[in-house]
Ligand binder design. Structure first.
Ligand code: B12
Ligand code: SF4
Length: 499
């Protein structure tokens, strides 16, 4: 989205100042706020918005609503205007002192301008605050800064970067006064400059916020939000500290697991199996297993599995505590691509030895888990799943690109009667806030709309970004959902044609 393409409008003026009357939180992604028969209250929403609502409730501010307009496209927003306005009005957006918060990821950003414009036109006295994973302060020469774009276009009055503690304080402590809000990650435009500092902090909450997905009978929560590795393509912050102590996790989740009869727990933590975090999750899972919880869905860090002791502890934890679905970022196979994408372990770029060791570690983990599984007659016929994801960069060479299908083929040999191993290949995407975006700024299309890239047919990279661009374009034409072996053949065929 080009900064000049939006019409500048004056920010909302609340004068004389009125205390905050209501907070309406609008999601741009489709979150389906359905009622669940076991719990009459609508408990769905994105975890981010549910977290903000809970933090505000705990600060004694009760009028917070979450709204999913259910729009998949800009025409949906135009068509749904009456319905959206009606709903926002019922949530208090027309009252003086109303705050409307709009949450967006980079992929959904294309919905932000029409939604914000709608709120401006229909509720001119509402203060609009934007937040979500799209917003990180960058100030990169030649690229549009997401915070500056949203603020200088006049589409919103403030932007929260990162976690929302400052937004909660803005309402609960500063009565919605923009001139007083100075917490970490809270930015506004003073007519000349973007004013604000910091990257946001997790809001104060006494219980773990969660969302429940009724169709999968799954509870989703986040117990930690950082990763020590600091890969250049990932916006996860590096410092490490669990957000909640194990006793609080049990106090918060045991009740909902029982009441909602949840069978699965999905952790949104970026990297729960870092060596340093292992004891924490071991303790949490042991305590939670007194409940009828049968499955955990977790991200595995292959770099954390470099010694056999740790592999065994992880396989045992996964087996005893019934981890069923794992996702692992295999990301880079060669040192060349690790350097190109900035794949790191504890801040250090991965070299070929490390990458080869990781391949061995994944193999030993899968075999170990399969053996443990084999020993339990009750588990006969049930399979655990490991999905590996690989990243193809525009800067790959024929050799480094060819290493990907070769690696996938080798990994497929891990499939057995107890384990399903599968894989996907994704292009490197320069999301806001990543070092990849800064490093390759000259190769990125500054007007690129990530929303348009969802079908994979267009790329944020300029056509001459690197030798593998042709392959990236051909990979986009690959029909996802087809088998992994077909993907291997397809890649090999197109690598030959590209280079
Ligand atoms: C779960 C998840 C998903 C789920 C979403 C389920 C759901 N409905 O919530 C699924 C699998 C669908 C998904 C899909 C994708 N995801 Co995803 N996902 C995540 C993940 C792991 C957890 C999100 C979460 O729950 N966080 C916990 C909550 C508490 O934090 P939060 O959402 O950031 O919210 C806080 C702040 O952002 C802020 N905030 C949020 N909204 C608002 C609004 C206002 C008004 C304010 C003031 C503040 C505010 O306050 C919140 C509380 O502090 C994150 C990584 C991460 N750990 O955050 C990636 C992440 C969000 N996903 C990402 C991406 C790229 C994708 C995909 C494109 C595919 C992919 N390559 O992974 C798709 C596209 C989704 C889409 N259409 O937008 C990126 C987003 C980058 C970006 N710039 O947008 C992230 C950050 C991962 C990463 N490290 O790159 N994802
Ligand atoms: S290991 Fe995963 S979560 Fe950690 S920085 Fe790298 S990509 Fe992000």
């Amino acid at each position: 989205m080009n900064m000049n393409s939006t019409t500048a409008k004056a920010p909302a003026v609340i004068a004389p100042h009125t205390p905050v009357s209501s907070v309406s939180l609008v999601a741009t992604n489709h979150v389906q706020l359905k009622r669940h028969p076991l719990n009459k209250k609508p408990i769905q929403g994105t975890l981010g918005l549910v977290t903000i609502r809970q933090a505000l409730w705990e600060r004694g501010f009760p009028r917070v609503s979450i709204f999913d307009p259910g729009c998949r496209s800009t025409p949906d927003i135009v068509r749904g205007r009456k319905r959206i306005v009606k709903r926002l009005r019922s949530m208090g957006a027309a009252e003086s002192g109303a705050i409307v918060g709009i949450s967006t990821s980079t992929d959904e950003y294309f919905k932000f301008p029409p939604l914000a414009r709608l709120v401006r036109e229909e509720f001119p006295y509402a203060t609009i605050v934007a937040g979500g994973s799209h917003f990180l302060r960058e100030e990169i020469e030649g690229l549009v800064d997401p915070v500056e774009e949203a603020l200088t276009s006049g589409l919103c009055d403030a932007v929260q970067v990162g976690h929302a503690r400052a937004f909660v304080d803005f309402i609960a402590e500063h009565a919605g006064r923009l001139d007083r809000a100075d917490g970490s990650g809270f930015y506004r435009f003073d007519g000349k400059d973007v004013v604000g500092k910091g990257g946001g902090a997790y809001p104060h909450v006494s219980l773990v916020p969660y969302i429940f997905q009724p169709n999968a009978m799954k509870i989703m929560a986040m117990l930690g939000s950082t990763c020590r590795n600091g890969c250049d393509f990932c916006p996860a912050p590096r410092s490490r500290a669990p957000l909640f102590d194990p006793a609080t996790v049990v106090d918060s989740l045991a009740g909902p697991i029982d009441t909602l009869r949840a069978g699965a727990l999905q952790l949104h933590d970026p990297n729960p199996f870092e060596r340093e975090g292992f004891d924490y999750y071991d303790e949490v899972f042991s305590a939670l297993d007194e409940r009828a919880l049968t499955a955990k869905i977790l991200y595995l860090d292959p770099a954390a599995m470099l010694d056999d002791d740790h592999i065994l502890r992880m396989a045992k934890l996964s087996w005893e505590r019934l981890g069923w679905f794992f996702f692992a970022g295999r990301d880079a196979v060669t040192e060349h691509s690790a350097r190109a994408m900035g794949s790191r372990f504890k801040g250090r770029l991965k070299d070929q030895d490390q990458l080869d060791d990781e391949r061995g570690a994944i193999g030993r983990f899968v075999r170990g888990l399969s053996c443990l599984h084999e020993q339990d007659p009750e588990l006969k016929g049930a399979k655990r799943e490991l999905t590996l994801s690989y990243i193809l960069t525009p800067f790959d060479t024929k050799e480094s690109a060819m290493a990907i299908p070769d690696d996938i083929e080798a990994m497929m040999e891990l499939n057995d009667e107890n384990m399903v191993v599968t894989a996907g290949v994704f292009p490197l995407l320069p999301y806001p806030g990543t070092r990849v975006r800064r490093r390759y700024a000259a190769h990125i299309d500054p007007d690129f709309d990530f929303g348009a890239a969802r079908d994979g047919t267009v790329s944020p990279w300029k056509p001459d970004a690197g030798p593998a661009m042709g392959l990236i374009e051909r990979l986009a034409a690959w029909e996802r959902g087809t088998g992994v072996y077909q993907l291997v053949d397809y890649m090999r065929d197109h690598i030959d044609r590209t280079f």
